[in-house]
Design a protein around this ligand. Structure first.
Ligand SMILES: C[S@@+](CC[C@H](N)C(=O)[O-])C[C@H]1O[C@@H](n2cnc3c(N)ncnc32)[C@H](O)[C@@H]1O
Length: 398
């Protein structure tokens, strides 16, 4: 079997066709079972028997993972250090193929080990009300009694209890240990939210704000609203973004896709009272949290709006002055070519791009580097152990 590709499967060939194989490792000889065959050029398969094993293969710590089982993890069968090497290879390949960049990006380990790191998760609920996770590329729910990559209290709050009538349940555990669950209907709309506090007088109360700690301070977040999933990720990303941005007093910083204002809030002290930080976020609940998190900084503002080609053009006009530094942390699909080009057009001295998908990152970097910027630094973080996902932070300068 050949190299690992974006998505975590190995690329193999059979009778001229590409086979994307899950549950294998590069260099292994395996017997596969085809799981999907709908395309003339390729099919998908699971490695169901290992004939020649890689030295990086390990016993799966999770009893629910494996061919045909829970689709939550890609690499339970891979030694964690090798997982990081595989992620680095995928980032390198995506940057080379999609952005023409030849760069090594070692993927750094975060503290805490490969299990129990997931502080936020969405579990699916089947028609009987039982909670679990979906099978890979399927709507079937694999009912779980535990999820070993999820923090214990969060997994216990959702699994092994019935959720009649729900379509899914979001759960998050904050830095005080409070566990918030949000029930979603079958169309994915939130219907109710509850919080259980450790040692609280009430067993359950309506959800409010959660508390998270990063960059040496506390942050307010909506109960199950966006926050970095790995408990060490926010700290690591704030440190990486701050070092790359190297913000100076009096500068103007744009924090796009700002969530609860993590990066804008971390950079606000550095611009000082003569500078300006503008956080832009589309979600009203996240904007309210960002307002609270930035309330101590008169130089910081939160704007609710969409970062798309039209929205960004208006936003840059409203800003009235060119930003010195732009930080962006878009969702998985990336910012897109138009937004990337508009950002390059601002002439900002530094663009710091935080990305959870190396393919989207590479496509957006290609757009920015085509407009007079060059990649001056990039780091990778293993913020999602046991999965093929990786977080990157890139610095672009003119
Ligand atoms: C990956 S999160 C980053 C949040 C924040 N930087 C953090 O690390 O906590 C992406 C954020 O972008 C927001 N978002 C998604 N699409 C957006 C858009 N088109 N315009 C503005 N914000 C958007 C989401 O609501 C989410 O809060």
């Amino acid at each position: 079997m050949g190299a690992v590709a974006h998505g975590g499967h190995c690329v193999a060939r059979h009778e001229g066709r590409v086979v994307f194989v899950r549950h294998g490792l590069p260099g292994e000889r395996v017997v596969v079972r085809v799981t999907e065959d709908r395309h003339p050029g390729f099919c998908r398969a699971d490695a169901v028997e290992v004939l020649e094993a890689s030295s990086a293969r390990v016993e799966r710590p999770c009893p629910h993972s494996g061919p045909g089982r829970c689709g939550g993890c890609d690499w339970q069968h891979v030694d964690p250090a090798e997982q990081r090497r595989l992620k680095a290879a995928v980032v390198r390949e995506q940057l080379s193929r999609l952005a023409g960049l030849d760069v090594d990006v070692p993927v750094e380990e975060l503290p805490g080990g490969p299990l129990r790191w997931r502080s936020r998760a969405r579990f699916a609920v089947d028609r009987t009300g039982a909670a679990g996770l979906r099978r890979h590329r399927s709507h079937d729910v694999v009912v779980l009694d535990d999820c070993p990559i999820t923090e214990e209290s969060a997994a216990a709050a959702v699994l092994r209890r019935p959720w009649p009538g729900a379509g899914a349940v979001d759960v998050s555990v904050d830095s005080t240990g409070a566990v918030t669950t949000t029930r979603l209907d079958r169309r994915g709309r939130p219907t109710s939210s509850r919080v259980v506090r450790p040692g609280g007088a009430l067993p359950e109360e309506p959800a409010g704000r959660a508390e998270r700690r990063a960059g040496g301070r506390d942050w307010e977040v909506e109960g199950t609203g966006f926050w970095q999933v790995h408990p060490a990720a926010a700290d690591a990303l704030v440190a990486a973004v701050s070092a790359f941005a190297d913000v100076r007093a009096g500068e103007t910083v744009l924090d796009l896709y700002a969530g609860a204002g993590l990066f804008g809030g971390a950079l606000a002290p550095a611009v000082g009272p003569t500078g300006r930080v503008v956080c832009v976020e589309s979600d009203p609940g996240a904007c309210a949290a960002a307002d609270a998190n930035l309330s101590g900084f008169p130089q910081a503002e939160v704007w609710q709006g969409d970062v798309d080609a039209e929205g960004l053009a208006g936003l840059l006009a409203d800003l009235g002055t060119a930003p010195d530094v732009v930080v962006l942390d878009p969702p998985r699909a990336g910012a897109g070519r138009e937004v990337s080009r508009l950002l390059a057009g601002t002439g900002a001295r530094a663009v710091v791009y935080v990305a959870c998908d190396p393919a989207a990152l590479a496509r957006d970097l290609a757009a920015v580097t085509g407009e007079g910027y060059r990649l001056a630094g990039i780091r990778g973080f293993d913020a999602f152990p046991m999965t093929a996902h990786v977080e990157c932070v890139a610095l672009l300068v003119r």
